[in-house]
Design a binder for this molecule. Structure first.
Ligand code: ACO
Length: 331
């Protein structure tokens, strides 16, 4: 957990304001106490103040330093309603529907707080599906300027420090895009390279993964990855990348040297871009379970402001760690 310790140091220096909208969840309240004690962020909880305080008392969480905001009595709600109506005008969202959404869907309300600068970022998902968190973020926060694709990465941290840089290696996309196009794979590579340097402090070396290395197999699925590599070349990106290549060629020096001898990335990559969500999601879970690696994330990339998603099986520590990661993503 060296990575998290470093991230917490950086979060403490920034002391951003992060929203935890799912305040009905005891784990969120306990994580709030940890974040406030560690001073890695200021916390806003969303919901009814009396109910949240009563729940915190009954689970023994001290949340006295948190700010609690109830959308049902929020004084600036009209400003939020107008903004949501404006954002969704192509979908003809009415004022009444916007008010209903913001009052009753804590993730939409929290995203609007972040959009309008009343908070810096949010962490949700302990009580909702990934798609619910992502939809609120996509609809309200939208993509960052010049970014078309929202994706995600997991920072895998191996126990023995093998692979990547001292055991740190990023896996993308394992949570968002079910079947990315070549263009989107190139976007995922660029966003993950940026996360590798801004959040993890690594100089990215990106391997575009496939079941083929440098043309060893011919199949439309391989061509999709080869096209992504060509797109990256045409964009003149400022990081090292190569592909298509198999996972062993990407991370084992001797195999990389044999299968892709002219590659600067083969055998020593620290970012793996998977060809689709099936392989990425299965891949990170196998490494996490078989190798006992810590999987930090998913860190969502490409949004205009940071929003991160928790697994519903998350622990209290997962929540407080993701708050620190989110705080470091704030620009
Ligand atoms: N990047 C950029 N924009 C996007 C993306 C994306 N990846 N996906 C959707 N959008 C846009 C849409 O085009 C839409 O634009 P519009 O409002 O201008 O029309 C807007 O964002 C809102 O999209 P929706 O239509 O509301 O959402 P959609 O049905 O496209 O679903 C979602 C997006 C939720 C991300 C979907 O792709 C999804 O469910 N992904 C898989 C999530 C998942 O289950 N992951 C696995 C579990 S996670 C884990 O194990 C860690």
């Amino acid at each position: 957990m060296r990575l998290i310790e470093n991230i917490k140091k950086s979060a403490k220096q920034k002391l951003r304001t992060i929203i935890l909208p799912e305040a009905e969840d005891e784990r969120v309240l306990k994580a709030t106490q940890i974040v406030l004690e560690e001073k890695t962020a200021n916390i806003i909880l969303i919901g009814n103040k009396d109910e949240i305080n009563a729940n915190a008392k009954s689970c023994g969480a001290n949340i006295s330093g948190a700010n609690i905001i109830d959308p049902k009595s929020f004084e600036n709600i009209n400003k939020y309603v107008n903004e949501l109506v404006n954002l969704r005008k192509s979908k003809s969202l009415s004022k009444e529907e916007a008010l209903e959404t913001l009052r009753n869907e804590c993730r939409f309300f929290a995203c609007m707080m972040v959009r309008l600068g009343d908070a810096d970022g949010l962490v949700a998902g302990s009580n909702s599906a990934t798609s619910d968190v992502l939809r609120a973020a996509l609809q309200v926060i939208k993509t960052a300027p010049n970014i078309k694709t929202v994706s995600s990465t997991f920072v895998m941290e191996t126990v023995d420090g093998k692979f990547g840089d001292d055991g740190l290696i990023l896996f993308s996309d394992c949570a968002v895009l079910p079947d990315p196009t070549s263009e989107q794979l190139a976007d995922i590579a660029s966003s993950t390279a940026a996360t590798a340097s801004s959040v993890v402090g690594l100089k990215p070396r990106v391997a575009m993964l496939s079941f083929s290395t440098m043309g060893s197999a011919k199949h439309p699925l391989v061509s999709k990855v080869q096209e992504a590599v060509e797109i990256l070349k045409s964009r003149n990106v400022d990081f090292e990348f190569d592909g298509e290549m198999q996972a062993d060629a990407a991370i084992i020096e001797a195999i990389g040297a044999k299968k892709a001898p002219n590659s600067k990335v083969a055998g020593n990559s620290n970012v793996l871009v998977f060809p689709d969500l099936q392989s990425g999601n299965i891949g990170y879970k196998l490494v996490q379970r078989f190798a006992g690696a810590a999987a930090h994330g998913p860190i969502i990339q490409g949004l205009n402001k940071p929003v991160n998603d928790l697994s519903r099986g998350c622990s209290v520590e997962d929540i407080s760690n993701l708050v620190a990661i989110t705080a470091t993503q704030v620009v």
